[in-house]
Ligand binder design. Structure first.
Ligand SMILES: Nc1ncnc2c1ncn2[C@@H]1O[C@H](COP(=O)(O)OP(=O)(O)O)[C@@H](O)[C@H]1O
Ligand SMILES: [Mg+2]
Length: 300
């Protein structure tokens, strides 16, 4: 008999590339396809419920649309809770808590915040209420530290209580039947460079081969061959000229985005990317549905 194993989709990338939007959109697509899904934000402040006009999920996961639940974990608060519950120095802890020094201590204990947060994620992922768990990780550097924490702890804390939890966590993260990794990026030099580095770092760590989501791509609605004709119209000015000028600009931006896409493919060797369009204005619930639909149409 095969026992269903938790499915962990971990999403990382440079801050501001749309990690939270993409996590929400992928969660919505999965839920709509009939896969009960949990999204977890590893952040001090949750944003995904709000994106869908739902109240925040504070103490436990809360359904934000049919088939999709949300939760958030603040790694520092999680570390503080862990230390308070596990360190057998009661009166001292009381003093530390009052002075706010416990948070300081949690920050200073390397890997504790990362390990206890991952441990919480893993426990939630194993809950029978959902079969897929998407995790909106912190920005790249923190995310890589988080993903490396169990392996580090296996070495450093071998035998200790956290060390005992580190080994199965590390095994789960390395198992491609359980864990998949998605790097979100956008067509800017900085974001693409960071995504290329992240792919390299994940490969070096021996984690499952990541996939890449290229968000905010300028849609290719015009043909580059039309540029010359459009430029001629734009040069004449007037309302028609304005429209043509905007089209010329769209062609230019598309060419820019395609150049960065080529760079990303070449440097990573990952040919099939999930492409999501740049949406006009703020991404609201309708925008998230548009991204969810695009994610289903994209080849990756
Ligand atoms: N495809 C997109 N088109 C237009 N704006 C987007 C798109 N994806 C994200 N955004 C916007 O970019 C900003 C950052 O998105 P967010 O999901 O919070 O990124 P992150 O979690 O990586 O910091 C938000 O204002 C969001 O609305
Ligand atoms: Mg975010």
């Amino acid at each position: 008999m095969s026992v269903e194993r938790p499915q962990l989709n971990l999403i990382l990338g440079k801050g501001g590339t749309g990690k939270s939007s993409v996590t929400a959109a992928f969660g919505m697509a999965a839920a709509r396809a009939g896969v009960p899904t949990l999204v977890i934000e590893l952040a001090e402040r949750a944003v995904i419920p709000e994106m869908l006009g739902a109240p925040p999920a504070r103490d436990e996961p809360r359904e934000i649309m049919p088939g999709l639940s949300a939760f958030s974990i603040d790694p520092e608060a999680e570390a503080e809770r862990h230390l308070r519950e596990n360190l057998a120095i009661g009166p001292l802890i009381a003093r530390l808590t009052r002075s706010g020094a416990l948070a300081e201590f949690a920050r200073a204990a390397p890997g504790v915040a990362e390990l206890v947060s991952l441990d919480r994620v893993w426990a939630l992922a194993g809950d029978a209420r959902w079969s897929r768990t998407l995790v909106d990780l912190p920005s790249t550097g923190h995310a890589l530290a988080l993903l490396g924490a169990p392996a580090d702890a296996v070495v450093v804390a071998a035998g200790g209580p956290l060390g005992e939890r580190a080994a199965p966590l590390d095994a789960a993260l390395r198992d491609p039947a359980v864990t998949s990794l998605k790097i979100v990026t956008i067509p800017t030099e900085l974001a693409v460079a960071e995504a290329i580095d992240a792919v390299g770092a994940l490969r070096e760590m021996g984690l499952p081969e990541p996939s890449v989501v290229l968000n905010r791509m300028q849609p290719g609605v015009f043909h580059p061959e039309e540029a010359a004709a459009l430029e001629a119209v734009a040069a004449q000015g007037g309302p028609e000229g304005d429209v043509a000028a905007r089209a010329v600009d769209a062609i230019r931006r598309r060419a820019h985005d395609e150049r960065l896409r080529r760079e990303l493919r070449m440097a990573t060797g990952i040919d099939t990317l999930t492409e999501l369009p740049a949406l006009p204005g703020e991404v609201d619930a309708d925008g998230l549905w548009a991204l969810a639909a695009a994610s289903l149409e994209s080849p990756a």
